[in-house]
Write a protein that binds this ligand. Sequence first.
Ligand code: SAM
Length: 279
Amino acid sequence: MGPDKVLYIVATPIGNLADMVPRAIEVLQCADLVAAEDTRHSQRLLSHFDIDTPLVAYHDHSGGRRSEQLLERLERGQTLALISDAGTPLISDPGYRLVREARARGVKVIPVPGACAFVAALSAAGLPCDRFTFEGFLPSRPTARQVALQALAREERTLVFYEAPHRVSDTLRAMAEAFGADREAVIARELTKAFETIHLAPLGELADWVAADSDQQRGEIVLLVRGAEPRREEELSGEAERVMALLLGELPPRRAAALTAEITGASKKALYNWSLTQK
Ligand code: SAM
């Protein structure tokens, strides 16, 4: 079972029990204690796999006392496993405080990877996933949500959100407003379950599609939005480049850019950036 003082962070399925990985079953069976978000919910999972390890509730907000009890057990050499209701613990789920404190006390923290809703959504959405930003849940209040979306409007990486079903329609409208109705987006709903739906459309159309069908406002949802188009560096005219090149022979780049901008009307910043490419 590995060395003493081990905290395993164990991913569990996000809907389809067949996604439980064999190593997760083995670790949960061999641990002295399983810490879970909701013990009644997790008891069903453990029973399904014939795991009879005792369960204890853990939340980041359950205060220092519960963490302290778990840490004491770890320090006594017990092996603990942390799970959440579904997917990977700590990903929009409890565990951060426990992991941080355990590591600080020399406990070995070992991940047992498995399902994670946003990774599954990204892998099947058809949006770029070489670079992305996971934003978790947006604020629930409309004004705060709009502020958060505005701050992301120029983000060039694919944006990934978790959203509650009763808010998804309003959120898609708010996204269409903040990012533009033409920006591509995907709703990934009920992944790995019977009514799994992955639908890609421009934000305006996607908002209409979801609003028109109450079935699309049920279950568990990941929203993904294509990143903003990169801003194109302002193109310089041949004349602007000729004047700039002449002045660069006589003046420092910033001064040359300022004068060329005045003479030709081109952007000072673009001229300066161009000068950097001329060395
Ligand atoms: N730790 C989990 C993970 O690894 O994905 C996420 C926990 S978070 C509290 C729950 C949210 O994850 C849901 O509201 C939904 O946005 C997303 N989610 C979980 N299961 C999902 C599924 N089967 N399909 C789509 N989204 C899911």
